[in-house]
Design a binder for this molecule. Structure first.
Ligand code: ACO
Length: 296
């Protein structure tokens, strides 16, 4: 679904030295195709973290902020707890906002991305609230119809929020949506290095918690798949990586190892936030054949 960067695109050098998103200053990791003239002057870019509009100077940015009334991503809020909210935005209804989101995303993603053709995607944006509004923390995009049964096309936590558990919340949310659809799902390949690390961490934590909390490892891969919406392929790979598969009397069985138990205890101590599936108010959107035609 996404454009994979070719060698020419990879050769493009980083075009901004500093990006100011809301109250955060970030050093971009990669090139992103903002209009050329924006990068020419100071190498700084100012982005409003509600509208995602971008500006060359702080003055323009502040003038815009003083007039702007948008306080959340332009879609329906599907989930809210004390910690985060999730909004669903249709690429076809909010083209400019979603294209601006993809431009931000490209600053931190190099191996694949999409810029302009946002119509075939829904965007699930996670925010944190303060007195000013819902600030964007991260998002994932999802094809309205995926021939390969992908439940995530592209996933990103803004760098100022990374390594705080938000990536796992985004991943958990993508699987909660798949559960409601009655499907299994997997992220679109290839994964970036950070994407792979995060998915492996989520998959292994989910399987370990399921087994430990059931107080039994007598469960089949198919049952794990039904309970978690993870594909059997991802489950088998994870079990192999965690050294949890044993061959016994002609069949594979799942075993909890000491290392898995220790890792589970370590994660419990971190007391990371988890989403409450009961709070998700969402029905899988249905699109007509005409709505799924994306001609240009
Ligand atoms: N080094 C080592 N382990 C890491 C790192 C890192 N830099 N980042 C994440 N992990 C692992 C850890 O095991 C971590 O769990 P732990 O902190 O409990 O040990 C786990 O991944 C999840 O970490 P989170 O804090 O929940 O994830 P984060 O909010 O940092 O977001 C994400 C992860 C979305 C991949 C982020 O790194 C990112 O946006 N990267 C840039 C864009 C990108 O590469 N996206 C994925 C592309 S693939 C695709 O789109 C399908």
């Amino acid at each position: 679904s996404m454009t994979q960067n070719n060698v020419n695109a990879l050769a493009k050098i980083r075009n901004f030295t500093k990006v100011i998103i809301g109250n955060h200053e970030i050093e971009p990791w990669y090139f992103s195709p903002y209009p050329m003239e924006y990068a020419e002057d100071t190498g700084e870019l100012f982005i409003c973290d509600f509208s995602l509009q971008y500006f060359q100077s702080r003055k323009q940015f502040e003038r815009f902020r003083s007039k702007s009334t948008l306080m959340h991503p332009p879609g329906n809020e599907l989930y809210r707890d004390d910690y985060v909210s999730f909004f669903e935005i249709d690429g076809r209804n909010q083209r400019t906002w979603c294209r601006n989101l993809c431009l931000i995303s490209k600053l931190f993603l190099d191996h694949k991305t999409l810029y302009y053709d946002v119509d075939p995607f829904l965007f699930y944006c996670m925010t944190r609230r303060d007195e000013l509004g819902h600030h964007l923390v991260g998002y994932f995009s999802k094809e309205k119809e995926s021939a390969d049964n992908y439940n995530v096309a592209c996933i990103l936590t803004l760098p100022q929020y990374q390594r705080h558990g938000y990536g796992k919340l985004l991943i958990q949310f993508s699987y909660e949506l798949s559960k409601k659809e009655g499907k299994t799902g997997s992220p679109e390949k290839p994964l970036s290095d950070l994407g792979l690390l995060s998915y492996r961490a989520y998959w292994s934590e989910t399987i370990a918690s399921l087994l430990i909390e059931r107080k039994s490892d007598e469960i089949s891969v198919d049952e794990i798949s039904q309970l978690t919406a993870m594909t059997t392929t991802d489950i088998l790979h994870t079990l192999q990586t965690m050294n949890m598969l044993r061959y016994y009397k002609g069949q594979h069985i799942i075993c909890l190892t000491d290392q898995v138990l220790q890792n589970y205890d370590r994660l419990k101590k971190k007391k990371r936030h988890k989403l409450d599936p009961e709070r998700l108010q969402w029905k899988p959107p249905v699109f007509t054949a005409a709505q799924l035609k994306f001609g240009w």
